[in-house]
Each structure stands twice: as structure tokens, then as C-alpha cells.
Design a protein around this ligand. Structure first.
Ligand SMILES: C[S@@+](CC[C@H](N)C(=O)[O-])C[C@H]1O[C@@H](n2cnc3c(N)ncnc32)[C@H](O)[C@@H]1O
Length: 242
């Protein structure tokens, strides 16, 4: 099954292939503008009702701070924002940062967010571990910025796990590779927990399987992938190099 393609990825790929063709340039620019204006390319991971069920909370539940790492256009973030006094987000794509800013979220630098002088109650890391350069460093940084006992980390991972990082106009390999054992959904979930989350200092509170929906583009109406969604808490143990 094809991966969901965000606007900037598609833009980068086509520009790369057709760099000398001005018609393509204008076509793609118009497409990206259309995505911005029509608000296309959005994702769906969970509803607010599903979030409340996962967290074991009800409508009035509210805590201080959420950090959504790699928040995309912020549609998923906005599903749960009512539960937080302050909503922070990071994003490496300039067009997505533009959208996040227009939604009123507090943008943190993708390389500096771990330096804040406070802790987050909830950190969401949805469909990011396979798309970022240093997923293991990211998990370690999350552990240090999450409230130690009450904090929770929500991680969504598309399985089967395939890492692929967007760097400017290119797709590159990550600096930190994660190798999961097994090929079935269940085996990969087991390996994620034993080989990645636990050595990073987290224990699993619960996990579930959800469809990851992405609004389509010029080529397909929508994309559906298979997400494993975890609620993790700090195990109290320190990061072990994996
Ligand atoms: C597959 S999308 C997921 C978006 C959203 N979290 C969701 O679940 O729908 C991954 C996003 O992470 C962003 N990203 C990749 N590496 C990042 C990093 N190191 N810091 C912040 N954002 C990053 C990409 O630009 C992209 O928008």
C-alpha cells in the first residue's frame, strides 16, 4: 500500500523529477497553494471520544500542557486541544508550520523543544518515529520533558515499520535505524515494545489498532494505513542504549 504523501513531499518529488519543466513547476505550486487554501492533506488518527477512552478521562478533564511533535497541519492536535490550557507543537515542514501557527498553537523549534524549563503533561508523537532522523534520541528527549509520574506519551506507529526521512527535496535514510523483528502486526508491536520503548525507559499502559486516514491528493481520494497506538508512561528506568 502506498504511503500518505504530504504536500511538501509531493512538491519535493515532482520538483526533483521535473526541475527543468516550468509547466510542472507552476502546476505543482498551484497544487500546493490549493492544498493550503482548501486545507487538503489532513490526517485522522483518533476522535476526542477515543482519546478520552484511551486516557480514562471524561469531557471536563483538563491539564496544563500538551506537546504534539511532528504535528502536521494540526488537525489531530485540534481534536484534543480542549483538554489543555496550553498546546505546543513542533513541525519541520514550513507549510505545516504555517498551518499550525494559523490554528494558534505555540510553535517550538524542532531542535530546541527539549530545552524548555517546564514539563509536559501529555506528549503526542503520532506517525513520526518512522519519519524523523533520530527516533531514539527523540524518545530519550521525550522522557526528560514529560511529567515523571503523571505524564503520558501517546505514540502512533504505522506498521509494517518502514523508516523514510524527508530532507529538503530528497527522501533519505534516518541517522538512527530501528530494526523490528517479525513481519506480522503483532510481532512488530511486540518488538517495538521490547526493543524500542522499554530500553528507552517507557512501559506500555495500553495499546490498540486504529486506521490512519489521510485525505488524498490529485491521484487518490484518501489513503488508509494500519496504525499501532500506544499509551506509554515512564518506567522510572533510565535510557538504555539499543
Ligand atoms: C506522517 S506526518 C504525521 C503528522 C501527524 N502527527 C499525524 O499523525 O497525522 C509526519 C510529520 O512529521 C514531520 N517531521 C519529521 N521530522 C520531524 C522532526 N524532527 N521534528 C518535527 N517534525 C518532524 C513531517 O514534516 C511531517 O509533517
Amino acid at each position: 500500500m502506498q504511503d500518505p504523501i504530504d504536500n511538501s513531499t509531493l512538491y519535493g518529488r515532482v520538483i526533483l523529477d521535473k526541475y527543468s519543466n516550468y509547466y510542472y513547476y507552476y502546476f505543482v505550486t498551484a497544487f500546493v497553494m490549493q492544498c493550503r487554501i482548501l486545507d487538503r492533506g489532513s490526517m485522522f488518527v483518533f476522535s476526542n471520544a477515543q482519546f478520552q477512552r484511551l486516557m480514562g478521562v471524561t469531557d471536563p478533564w483538563k491539564v496544563s500542557r500538551l506537546l504534539d511533535l511532528g504535528a502536521g497541519d494540526g488537525k489531530v492536535t485540534s481534536v484534543i486541544e480542549q483538554h489543555f490550557d496550553e498546546v505546543y507543537a513542533t513541525e519541520q515542514s514550513p507549510s505545516m508550520r504555517w498551518r499550525l501557527g494559523s490554528r494558534g498553537f505555540k510553535l517550538l523549534d524542532e531542535n530546541e523543544w527539549m530545552k524548555v524549563d517546564f514539563k509536559f503533561d501529555i506528549i503526542t508523537c503520532l506517525n513520526l518515529l518512522d519519519r524523523c532522523e533520530k527516533p531514539l534520541t527523540m524518545l530519550r528527549d521525550i522522557k526528560h520533558t514529560l511529567q515523571p509520574t503523571t505524564g503520558r506519551l501517546l505514540v502512533a506507529v504505522v506498521l509494517p515499520f518502514r523508516q523514510c526521512v524527508e530532507s529538503g527535496t530528497k527522501m533519505t535514510r534516518p541517522k538512527e535505524s530501528i530494526h523490528l523483528s517479525g513481519s506480522s502486526w503483532e510481532e512488530q508491536v511486540h518488538s517495538l515494545v521490547k526493543d524500542v520503548f522499554e530500553p528507552s525507559g517507557f512501559t506500555v499502559e495500553l495499546f490498540t489498532r486504529v486506521p490512519y486516514l489521510c485525505e488524498g491528493d490529485l491521484f487518490r481520494d484518501f489513503y488508509v494505513l494500519d496504525d499501532a497506538l500506544f499509551v506509554l508512561k515512564s518506567s522510572g528506568k533510565n535510557f538504555v542504549k539499543v
